[in-house]
Design a protein around this ligand. Sequence first.
Ligand code: SF4
Length: 378
Amino acid sequence: MKVEFLDYICHKNRVLETIKKPIMGWVCTYTPVEIIIAAGFHPYRIIPSTDPSLANSYLDSNFCPYVRSCLGEVLGKESEYADNLIIVNSCDAMRRLYDAWRHYVQGTFIYLLDLPRDNSAKDIQYYQDNLQSLIDGLEEKFKIKISEDSLYQAISVCNKTRELLAELFDLYINEKVSLSAVEFLQIVKGSMSFPQEEYNGLLKKFVKGVKIEDKILSDDSQIENKSKILITGTIMDDLSIAEVIEDYGGKIVFVDMCTGNRYFQNQIPLKTSKKINNNPLRLLAEYYLSKTPCPRMMNLEKRWEYLLKIIKENQVKGVIFYNLKFCDTSFFELPIIRERLQKHKIPSLCLEGEFTSSTSGRIKTRIQAFLEVLEFAG
Ligand code: SF4
């Protein structure tokens, strides 16, 4: 069961082959995929595997490697998702990607969605208005009508994905099923590109099947002996980082990244909210701006409170920062968070990612050494 499911979701091109609807690419998890689904498109998160340097003659080489890899993946090539793309104005790199995409890739619908940095009432209203502008843009460009019902339907489909991922994470974290962090993160990644309803069906079957197959493992002792690790950063391009941590006896108890736990935290409280204010755009604006902030939201105190809560709840022994090179937003908070961790006697390790598909030997050695320190620290 597990092997078949993972084999099915890990074949990237299989996704693009199976999709029948027009594709709308997206890059940042502040993109309301519910609107893409309600508009009749297939939301496809671009997580490229192209060497970022391929875009160096279009974007400066000291630019975020994720952004350069996204552009490099479509330059001069036919690609199903190059034509329609929503870019959230999450950082300078994303703005430049928007400019470069419009200039070099062109496409039919390339949209920059502005995102406030906090979630005050004014910010929520502002984001709600931006979501309305996005809908107006889609309706006008594609001569479609996006109804409230289709938005509510899309919200419940996405809620289901979050619910299933959260359930699977709970089984993983309590070692109730034999699932590695790498496998779990592959499943999260699959949920960002496969057709949502199809994926929910597959995932539901998988969660049910893996429970039966593993007959709910009961031996808790394994968890106790492992060093519990929190990984934090923006986007995890290369899952072998997680593999190395597990190979050297670490247990990843939380992945504070947009390719990890931040993607499926919480749900839109559809039932209650629908009665209070029946405006789905309000629900979306409130949800996306109130979910766990990424470093880009510049809300350091909120991020620290949240990280400390995870550390305490999961008895985290060590924190690994995995930041992509040149990602100003994550490096902005790094020294401050590290200093506070030190005060709480929580060792931390900072790794820089280059968005290339291989983890260097140097990084592996550093992870190994870090886990040994944690082990001896007892
Ligand atoms: S990784 Fe950092 S620099 Fe790159 S797109 Fe995300 S927030 Fe921006």
